[in-house]
Structures are given as C-alpha cells and as structure tokens.
Design a protein around this ligand. Structure first.
Ligand SMILES: Cc1ncc(COP(=O)(O)O)c(C=O)c1O
Length: 386
C-alpha cells in the first residue's frame, strides 16, 4: 500500500509565516546580496542582459556555467554537472532517480528533512543514522553501521550540516564512504553550506572525488547569498546525470535564462566567489559577536555546540513544551519565526539564524527571550542544566 503523502513541514511553516512575522530568524543563509552589488563586479553585464532575448536557456545549464561550477570539484568537467532550480531540485532528482518502492535509503539526522519526506512519498524504506547531541554532534558510527545494509541504494548527508552547522571530520567522512562502498550505495552530499565557515578561512572541501558514486549537491543560496537566482547543481558520474536530466525535463525544463547565462557565471567567477564568501562570513561572524552573549544570558534555558559553519545555530532548550508548540508560541506572542527542532528530526531544540544585521537580530532575539521566560514561568521555572 502506498504511503500517505508527507508534506515538507519546515518549508511549509516558512512559506506560511516568513512574509508575515516582524522578525524572520528562520532563514539559513546570510542576509541576501543586492543585484547592484553583484553587477558592480561586471558593469557591462547589465547591457548584455537588457539585450538578451527572454527565451529558454540551456536546459542542462549553460556551458559557461557548468564549467564555472566544475572548476571547484576535483576531477570534474562540465559533463559532470547538471544545473537545477536550487539545491532543492538537485536533491529531489537524486531521490526520485535512485529510489523505487521498497528501496533502502540511509539518511543522516539531524538534517534538512527534504529527503526524509521525498523518500516517504516514493515509498522507499527509510533508515536514519545520527549525529550525537551529547558528543558535540559527532557521527554515531554504530547507528551508521546499523542503517546501512547490503541493500542500501542511497546514503544522504548534509555537510556542513543543517541545522547544527557542524562539519564532519576527515575520518568520519572516510567511515561514511567505507559504509557506502561496502553496500555499493550512492552517496548524496548536500554541500550547500560550504563557503559559509565561521571559524576558519578554508572552504569545507567537497566529498566529490573521494568515492566514485558521490553526488554532490550545491547552490548559490547560502554561502553565496543569492537564493533569489534559484541556481543549484548536482555534480556526479555522467551516466547517472543523464538519468537525473531526464527527470529535470519533467519538473523544470531549465533554470531562468538570466541566472543561467549571465548572473550565476558571474557569481562563480573566482574573485567574485571569494568576495561573496567573505561577505557571508562577515555577516556570520558579526552576528555571532551579538548572538553568543545572548545565549550566555539564557544558559539556564539554552545550550549550544557552537556551529563551525552556516548562519544557523541549533539550540537545546530546557523546557517541557515541544518544539513545534514553542515555535508557534514565539510566532504568536513575539512575531518572530524560527525553526522547530522536530522538523530536523530532533526534539527539544530550536534553530535560530544569526547571520543578520545587528539591530534586526537583537530585536528578534529580545522577543524570543520574552516568550522563553514566560513559558519557563508558566512551567514553574527551569530545571537545572540546559
Ligand atoms: C541543506 C539544504 N539543502 C537544500 C536547500 C534548498 O536550497 P535552494 O535554495 O538551493 O533550493 C536548503 C535550504 O534551506 C538547505 O538548507
């Protein structure tokens, strides 16, 4: 019997509230780039776009864009790249190409649970393996070895991780690759937060090239600060990319031509890419200087393993209320949107974005603070040790 359709709860709450609340602290990228900031890197591009015919662009991504993407993946050429409408399409194509009803998939948790829902809707057999909240989100190797069997078709990770902002160590990656290799599974690595590191200047290396069945997904939405261009990609073996492309034709045909032919290749030009990563990190690091003391002020309620990358933090809270009800309460009483931990697979947590302009961030946090204190009072105070 077919599974009941599972909707994507996180995106649903965001679509419902992000344009309504006064403070949106749910966005996982840094504050977005303005078009004029981007065009300043090549002022002649505006005229080229004004002359451009608004026809369809290259369905698989313009050759220039695919080459621009391939240069950041060791051993890849333009033929290993398919351009998609965001990383969300890239991930969707991987799941829907590789999984048939009953096929096993092993998904890292916590995670951006797109794959969890899509796999349900494909009637796949879903297993999870975890990052351990009590060991600073280190990989739980036992859970990996349990989740991956000789029938696993796909293993899915998000690195740097949404929602925790943690980065897998080299040996953890080797362990995951060894498990994939043993089962012959494809490894989907959603690497959308690479380039948004908080504590280091190094861009988190891609897993592409370390195992022959890696499918690496990325996009311009997070580290590059340009989600509105709606450009994502998948880099992988050519034979499987052809299969993905056949699905892409059903869903989107191609990305928007102005992004595909002009703006995205400009974003990916090496000097522009470095400047945009720097811009994103600046937001993240600046926001952190305000955010860290705020957490300290709430340490009776909140605790956090500091994120290594991304503009988001995944905080454990010491209240009895479940995370969805808490977030609904913060929306209703504070007009602030944040993400409930249950929508990332972990209860008693909330995801808060901090890569935002100071005033906006602090006002939003002030509202959250009030609601947390109110809830704690109603519950008769907080238990010791967040
Ligand atoms: C891990 C992860 N993958 C994919 C996406 C989708 O991003 P895009 O805007 O590139 O479609 C998101 C968005 O939040 C994300 O966090």
């Amino acid at each position: 019997m077919a599974n009941q359709f599972q909707r994507f709860e996180l995106e649903r709450i965001m679509s419902e509230w992000e344009q309504v609340v006064e403070y949106n602290l749910s966005e996982s990228g840094a504050h977005p780039l303005q078009l004029k900031e981007l065009l300043a890197y090549d002022p002649s591009m505006l005229d080229q776009m004004l002359e451009s015919e608004l026809g369809y662009g290259y369905a698989e991504g313009s050759p220039e864009l695919r080459e621009a993407i391939a240069q950041y993946y060791p051993g890849a050429t333009a033929d290993n790249v398919l351009v998609t409408v965001g990383c969300i399409e890239a991930n969707y194509l991987v799941y829907s190409t590789l999984l048939r009803p009953g096929d096993q998939v092993a998904i890292q948790v916590p995670n951006y649970l797109q794959g969890w829902g899509v796999a349900n809707n494909l009637n796949a057999d879903r297993r999870t393996f975890s990052l351990d909240p009590d060991r600073d989100w280190a990989l739980n190797v036992d859970s990996l070895n349990e989740a991956v069997t000789d029938k696993t078709k796909l293993i899915a990770i998000c690195n740097p991780n949404n929602p925790t902002g943690q980065i897998l160590t080299d040996s953890e990656i080797d362990t995951i690759i060894a498990a994939a290799d043993r089962s012959g599974a494809y490894l989907l690595a959603d690497e959308i937060y690479a380039g948004a590191e908080r504590g280091s200047e190094a861009v988190t290396p891609t897993i592409y090239g370390r195992y022959d069945k890696v499918l690496s997904a990325g996009s311009l939405s997070k580290a590059y600060g340009a989600p509105g261009l709606r450009i994502g990609w998948i880099v992988g073996p050519q034979d499987i990319l052809k299969e993905l492309w056949a699905r892409h034709e059903y869903v989107t045909i191609s990305t928007a031509k102005l992004s595909n032919h002009y703006l995205a290749p400009l974003v990916l030009r090496p000097d522009v890419r470095s400047a945009l990563f720097e811009r994103t990190r600046q937001y993240i690091r600046d926001g952190w200087t305000r955010f860290e003391p705020w957490i300290e002020e709430h340490k009776d309620i909140l605790s956090l393993t500091p994120p290594k990358a991304s503009a988001i933090s995944f905080l454990r809270y010491n209240l009895k209320i479940d995370s969805v009800s808490l977030v609904e309460r913060i929306i209703r009483d504070g007009s602030v949107l944040i993400g409930p931990g249950d929508y990332f697979g972990i209860p008693n947590h909330i995801r808060i974005s901090y890569g935002l302009p100071h005033d906006y961030l602090m006002q939003g946090l002030g509202r959250i603070s009030k609601v947390l204190r109110q809830v704690a009072d109603e519950e008769g105070g907080v238990a010791a040790g967040a």
